[in-house]
Design a protein around this ligand. Structure first.
Ligand SMILES: NC(=O)c1ccc[n+]([C@@H]2O[C@H](COP(=O)([O-])OP(=O)(O)OC[C@H]3O[C@@H](n4cnc5c(N)ncnc54)[C@H](OP(=O)(O)O)[C@@H]3O)[C@@H](O)[C@H]2O)c1
Length: 346
């Protein structure tokens, strides 16, 4: 008698991309659904968080995590539901978040722990992955701890209408910034930044002269620049900094697809002249304080004081295209892929 092993679909890295990922970068394969061993739980994946940094993990280059191996499932944050458990921390039916990968089933254990989403949060799962997930936490700790935000600051945010930037702008506004200036691509994103996310002004980097616009929006200089973009944007922001200003190096999406080494900002000498602090960080640095941020962020969302947008695309197969679209500005809010629409929070 033969038994049929249940199968799942997975997306693996087929070749290392040059530039933006294309059809040959990844491949959909079928593999066995992993068996739930001792001290493990089996998670059915519901949602994938599509983050620009996934592109950096595809390069065989030094980073903050090891590169994704060729033939291995693409690493990704996500959310799912526990369907089988032999681990004391997980019960069947628990909704969890963690490193799911681009696949339909994942294993949670002590080496790959997931976080159980507490019941009764009053938020839906996409909101949890957005505001209480990597991007919301990055905004929270990046602005306050890394950027040492202070009421009265003139704040500049690049990637202003995106998942991270939209939370940064709103936290700065709510915290008493004297002015919050965003930079985003195109009139629609700029309108979103101002009308929905409360920016005082938004510069369209595709159309406007960013340096000149900053001169008029921040005539006395920027105190805190939260940079999600790098490259020419970082140079323009450095030009606009006030003395003793702080630059939060959060992301460099302009450079994640670079095919040759990228030179640093040409005007870095300004950091000396203006006594600037430039500080990079990875949100994991604050992992032991996530709960504190999540309680506050969830409260702000429930009170209607923090607006958020999720951009949902159905189907596991859509993940590579959604990742590529981030670099063309196609997402409107936090990019998520729905692998299983039945995985929800009550
Ligand atoms: N340090 C950390 O721990 C950490 C954690 C999370 C995220 N991040 C970083 O934060 C940044 C934003 O990530 P997110 O997940 O919130 O994504 P997002 O802002 O929701 O989406 C990415 C956006 O970046 C903009 N963009 C893409 N290519 C660009 C370019 N060449 N120049 C200028 N803008 C460009 C596009 O918006 P427009 O249409 O406005 O161009 C796009 O919609 C990324 O750099 C990411 O790596 C860092």
């Amino acid at each position: 008698m033969s038994t049929v092993t249940p199968r799942q679909r997975q997306i693996v890295l087929r070749e290392r991309p040059t530039g933006v990922i294309g059809p040959s970068t990844t491949e959909v394969v079928e593999g066995p659904i992993p068996t739930c061993g001792e001290s493990q739980a089996l998670v059915r994946v519901g949602l994938l968080s599509i983050d620009p940094t996934i592109r950096t993990w595809m390069d065989d280059a030094p980073g903050y995590l090891p590169p994704i191996g060729l033939g291995r499932v693409v690493r990704s944050m996500g959310a799912g539901v526990v369907v089988e458990s032999r681990h004391a921390d997980y019960r069947v039916g628990d909704v969890v978040t963690g490193v799911t990968g681009w696949q339909e089933y994942a294993i949670a254990d002590d080496r790959h722990p997931f976080t159980v989403v507490p019941p009764g949060l009053g938020l839906d799962l996409p909101t949890v992955l957005n505001v209480l997930g990597t991007t919301g936490l990055t905004a929270y700790f990046g602005l306050r701890d890394v950027g040492r935000f202070t009421a009265g600051d003139v704040v500049l945010v690049s990637g202003a209408a995106g998942a991270t930037g939209s939370v940064v702008g709103q936290l700065a506004r709510a915290g008493g910034a004297s002015r919050v200036i965003g930079v985003a691509g195109g009139p629609e994103k700029c309108a979103l930044a101002i009308e929905e996310f409360g920016y005082d002004a938004c510069i369209d980097y595709r159309r406007d002269d960013v340096r000149r616009a900053l001169g008029s929006f921040a005539p006395n200089g920027v105190d805190l620049f939260f940079d999600n973009v790098g490259g020419a944007m970082l140079e323009s922001g450095l030009d606009a900094m006030a003395r003793h200003g702080r630059v939060v190096l959060c992301g460099a999406i302009d450079q994640y697809n670079a095919t040759s080494p990228v030179p640093g900002p040409r005007n870095l000498t300004l950091a000396i002249f203006r006594r600037l602090t430039l500080r990079g960080f990875i949100v994991f640095d604050f992992a032991d304080r996530y709960a504190e941020a999540q309680i506050e962020l969830a409260g702000l969302v429930r009170a209607g004081d923090l607006r958020h947008r999720e951009d949902l695309t159905p189907g596991l197969d859509a993940a590579p295209g959604v990742l590529a679209g981030l670099f063309r500005g196609e997402n409107r809010g936090k990019a998520l892929v729905v692998v299983d629409p039945d995985v929800t929070l009550d």
